[in-house]
Design a protein around this ligand. Sequence first.
Ligand code: ATP
Ligand code: MG
Length: 440
Amino acid sequence: MAEKLLAVKGMNDILPPESARWEWLEGKVRDLMTRYAYRNIRTPILEHTQLFVRGIGEVTDIVEKEMYSFEDRSDKNGDHAFLTMRPENTASVVRAVTEHNLLYEGGKRLYYMGPMFRRERPQRGRYRQFHQIGAEALGFGGPEVDAELILLAAALWNEIGITDWRLEINSLGQPEERSQHRAQLIAHFEQHADMLDEDARRRLHSNPLRILDTKNPAMKAVVESAPRLIDFLGAASLAHFNALKAILDANGVPWTLNHRLVRGLDYYNLTVFEFVTEQLGAQGTLCAGGRYDYLIEQIGGKPAPAVGWALGVERVLELVRETGQSMPVLTPDAYAIVPDAAAAPLVLQTLQTLRAQGVSVQMHASAASTAEGMGSMKSQFKKADASGARFALIFGENELASGCVAVKPLRGSKSEAAPEQSLRKLDEAVAWAAILRGRT
Ligand code: ATP
Ligand code: MG
């Protein structure tokens, strides 16, 4: 036998029955987004590398070391391109919104779901292909939209039964305010240079704000004593932040102020926030976002404000799993028992009719070739039981000869409509389909 090929490290298969949990979450999200009037957007996985370099920022973990990038082969005309598998979706959304001029008649509320790629060290809650669900509101500048997005995320936790979450918020102010803070921050860290780790020293002059985001416990003291951004905010920035807090309070959404919350991506201003949980160990951030009023312009669009968040699907689902909620188990309504493959044309015709009526039917199929047959009735009934179906449809020779199929309730599933095995006319399938559906 040939050598077995395995998946790429840090990239997971999502298999049934676990995939049902993913579909369940996606369904909840679609329903919720619709209620908040957010519309779905789907952008390509591959973008020009430059989009992320410009959008996310050169001095970020993502752009410095986590991107899957490659040089594309030349087209016929000699064009070639540096491409990157999207590490996040905000830059792509902004690119698409700009490219298609979606803001021409006002703001847009959008959401996405899909895989993202970052070359990180794989561990619990951290993968190289992972999935995000995100919501973005572009073309709106007020704090009420920041609040709407936070309320939307909180509503999602509620819908999916997650209660162990904490909302942390901060304001990064505007670029001028940040640059004043930055000077003081650098001075503070230079004064305590001996307490900085290598990463922090490297960032000191390129991206000192990110030092506040350190996960190194040895730097706790030097980071806690650092000058706080909030003390540098002007009246307008403070008013924006206070208005957001007032809306959260009015809606009973508890928040805590985290002065060290700066986010890993460069493009944020004013509001930033994270939903965190204590239940997932080190990878406890479920959802993160904030305002990015300068990104659209940075990517070449007409200046417009924007705000959004992204949640990590793997982390959220791990938390859902811990709540012990049972997921809907996917079982067919009926299992078709086919003693003789020669009946296949008639069998499939009937099943097509039933499925068009909303019945879920699993057809018996044999691993063996036609010549070897479909397997004994006994083994077929065993499979029918294992499938969880409530009915067996027996397409036996005698039944077919009279233009019928036998409908047999399985296990304890005898329904009032069909307590015992009964014969049903093939050409009347539309009429008796409701019995199999078990819901009328
Ligand atoms: P972290 O601090 O955990 O690395 P981040 O700041 O890099 O997160 P964002 O870029 O804001 O994360 O992405 C939003 C969310 O996507 C995160 O809060 C997290 O839930 C999820 N996420 C990010 N990176 C990964 C990954 N490598 N594997 C799984 N989920 C991830
Ligand atoms: Mg990260």
